[in-house]
Design a protein around this ligand. Structure first.
Ligand SMILES: [Zn+2]
Length: 199
């Protein structure tokens, strides 16, 4: 399979491992901290920004299991086939279009080739992005780009998508149920009045 290793051209990486691979992304709720626009090394856990697609002799599922097992995750989660399947599916999708030897950056659930031309528009895990170019490239020109766009909470918060939480869906369902319950209650009242009361 094709995987992502730290690109040797990454001058801003904290990871120094010669054989790093992109760990299963663990994007936090504050993606500007780096978790939303950098990759983490599966070995040392440190960040790198520029990755290169390389062929490795391993199955995606095996890599994901190995990577997740070295983290502090609850056992129930690791033994939950639905959770593992979900991880494999989302990482598989993310890596589906990798081209060997190409350089990539991570942004909000997507891997974007750094030679991408034209606008970048997508709804990520956290935010809706509309960019004219790959913003990470600024770091290649200026390592000290401290006020880097992607490290700025305002960039993310200004574009934040409404939280996609299951509660909302449940609320909708609940509303429907409520209507149903109301009818049921009315029917119950009628029933209380006895069969004659229904007419
Ligand atoms: Zn590393």
């Amino acid at each position: 399979m094709l995987h992502i290793t730290r690109a040797s051209a990454d001058g801003v990486a904290a990871c120094r491992c010669p054989d790093s691979l992109m760990a299963v992304p663990d994007q936090s709720e504050t993606p500007w901290d780096g978790s939303g626009w950098q990759m983490a090394c599966h070995k040392c856990g440190k960040a790198f920004t520029f990755g290169k697609a390389v062929r490795i002799n391993m199955k995606l599922r095996d890599f994901i299991l190995k990577d997740l097992r070295q983290r502090d995750l609850p056992k129930e989660l690791l033994n939950d086939p639905d959770f593992i399947d979900g991880c494999c599916e989302s990482i598989g999708e993310m890596m589906a279009d990798l081209e060997e030897g190409k350089e990539y950056v991570y942004l909000d659930g997507m891997l974007i080739p750094t030679d991408h031309e034209g606008p970048i528009e997508f709804d990520g895990i956290f935010a809706a992005h509309e960019l004219t170019s790959v913003p990470h490239l600024e770091l290649k020109r200026d390592k000290g780009a401290a006020r880097h766009l992607l490290a700025d909470p305002r960039y993310w918060n200004d574009r934040a998508l409404p939280p996609e939480d299951e509660d909302e869906e449940l609320d909708d369902e609940f509303d429907d149920d409520e209507d149903g319950e109301f009818e049921d209650e009315a029917a119950d009242d009628d029933a209380d009045a006895g069969p004659a009361g229904r007419r």
